[in-house]
Design a protein around this ligand. Structure first.
Ligand SMILES: NC(=O)c1ccc[n+]([C@@H]2O[C@H](COP(=O)([O-])OP(=O)(O)OC[C@H]3O[C@@H](n4cnc5c(N)ncnc54)[C@H](OP(=O)(O)O)[C@@H]3O)[C@@H](O)[C@H]2O)c1
Length: 327
C-alpha cells in the first residue's frame, strides 16, 4: 500500500459498531476484518481454527502499527485493534447453532455481517449433516446465521448491512434444485466448478429474496465478486490440475489480485456511506454489475428460499418462520 489511500473510503466507525466477518483469519476475510477494525469498529472473526484466528489477530495488530507509520489518512487513533475470535465451523450445523447461541447470549446488537468464509471447486464430499460440503459451508450455514441474527440487526440502528462474498462463478451454475446435493454424480463425474457456482448463485438469490423482505427497514444486503485473488482458496482444488494451473498462470502473469486488492470491493460494499440502504447491488471490482439472469429470476429465488427452509427445518423454530414471514 505504501501509504497511498485505498480505493474505498476510510470512514470513522464507532467502537460500538459491531462487525462479524466469517473466515476472517486469512485471505480476503483477513484484510476485510483488519481494515474495518482499523476504521475503529469492533470486529469478531468467526473461524473454525482458534489457533489460526489468534495468529491472524496478532498479525493484524502488527500490521496496524506498521500502517500507522505510513501516511494513510483516517485510521483510528487506538493503540490496538478491537478484534476478537469466535468459533464457527460452517461444515457443522451444530457448530453454526452454537455460534449463534453464543453470539446472541453475549451481544445485543450487530451492525455488519460479512458472509465471507468459503471453499471452492472442491471434490464431491458431504458434511456430517449430509449436505454437499460447498453448499453447506458457502451458503446454508451462512443462511442460518443471517436468519437468526437479523432480528438483532433490525434493532441495531441505522445502516446495517449484510455482505455476501460471492463469485462470478455463479454464471456457470446450473439451476437444478432437484439435484442440488449432487448425489446423482459419482466422485469422477461431479462437476466441481458448477457446484461451486451453484452455491454462489444461491447467495445472490438470497440477497434478492431478503431485500424484498427488508425493503422498509434499515438493513440491506449487498453481494460482491472480489476478482481472482491469490489466497489459500486454491486448497480446495489442489488436486484439480486445470484449476490449479489456471490460478498459477494468472499469478505468474501478474493478473491475480492480492488479498488486499480483493478485499477492497468487499470493504467498499460494507462501509461506503454511498451504499446506505442500497439494495440488490452486485459489485465486481468496485463496479455495480448485473448478475446472471438465473440469479435475477424471482421464481428461482423463491424456489431456492423454500428449498433452503426445508434443509434447515431442524434448526428453524416456529418463531423464526413467523419472523421471516412477517418481515
Ligand atoms: N480467491 C478468489 O479468487 C475468489 C474469487 C471469487 C470469490 N471468492 C470468495 O471469497 C471468499 C474468501 O475466499 P478467499 O479467497 O479469501 O479464500 P481463503 O484464503 O481460503 O479463505 C477462506 C476462509 O474461509 C474459511 N473457511 C473455510 N471453510 C470453513 C468452515 N467450514 N467454517 C468456517 N470457516 C471456513 C477459511 O478458514 P481456514 O483458514 O480455517 O481454512 C478461511 O478463513 C470465499 O467465499 C470465496 O468463495 C474468492
Amino acid at each position: 500500500m505504501g501509504g497511498t489511500q485505498p480505493s474505498f473510503p476510510i470512514v470513522t466507525l464507532k467502537k460500538e459498531h459491531l462487525v462479524v466477518v466469517t473466515g476472517g483469519n486469512t485471505g480476503i476475510g483477513y484484510e476485510t476484518a483488519k481494515w474495518i477494525a482499523m476504521m475503529g469498529a469492533r470486529v469478531i472473526i468467526a473461524c473454525r481454527s482458534e489457533e489460526r484466528a489468534r495468529a491472524a489477530i496478532e498479525n493484524m495488530q502488527i500490521e496496524f502499527k506498521e500502517e500507522k507509520t505510513k501516511t494513510t489518512a483516517g485510521l483510528c487513533t487506538y493503540d490496538t485493534l478491537s478484534v476478537e475470535f469466535m468459533a464457527l465451523d460452517l461444515a457443522s450445523m451444530k457448530s453454526v447453532q452454537t455460534f449463534i447461541n453464543d453470539f446472541t447470549a453475549k451481544e445485543s446488537h450487530l451492525n455488519l455481517l460479512i458472509c465471507n468464509a468459503g471453499i471452492a471447486i472442491c471434490g464431491q464430499a458431504y458434511t456430517e449433516d449430509d449436505f454437499e460440503s460447498m453448499f453447506q459451508v458457502n451458503y446454508l450455514g451462512h443462511f442460518l446465521i443471517v436468519t437468526k441474527l437479523l432480528p438483532m440487526m433490525l434493532k441495531s440502528g441505522s445502516d446495517c448491512r449484510v455482505v455476501m462474498v460471492t463469485s462470478d462463478s455463479h454464471e456457470v451454475a446450473k439451476f437444478d434444485l432437484e439435484n442440488a446435493q449432487g448425489r446423482q454424480h459419482t466422485k469422477e463425474s461431479f462437476p466441481r466448478h458448477e457446484y461451486y457456482g451453484n452455491t454462489k448463485l444461491y447467495q445472490i438469490m438470497q440477497m434478492f429474496s431478503l431485500n424484498r423482505k427488508l425493503r422498509n427497514t434499515d438493513v440491506s444486503v449487498i453481494s460482491v465478486h472480489p476478482g481472482l485473488v491469490d489466497t489459500e482458496v486454491t486448497r480446495g482444488f489442489s488436486d484439480f490440475l486445470f484449476w490449479n494451473m489456471y490460478f498459477k498462470v494468472y499469478k505468474w502473469l501478474g493478473l491475480s489480485k492480492t488479498p488486499f486488492e480483493g478485499a477492497t470491493t468487499v470493504i467498499n460494499a460494507a462501509v461506503n456511506p454511498k451504499y446506505h440502504r442500497s439494495r440488490d447491488c452486485y459489485f465486481v471490482d468496485l463496479k455495480e454489475t448485473e448478475p446472471s439472469n438465473d440469479a435475477k429470476n424471482e421464481d428461482y429465488q423463491e424456489a431456492v428460499w423454500e428449498y433452503t427452509l426445508g434443509c434447515l427445518k431442524d434448526y428453524l423454530q416456529e418463531k423464526d418462520l413467523t419472523f421471516l414471514n412477517h418481515l
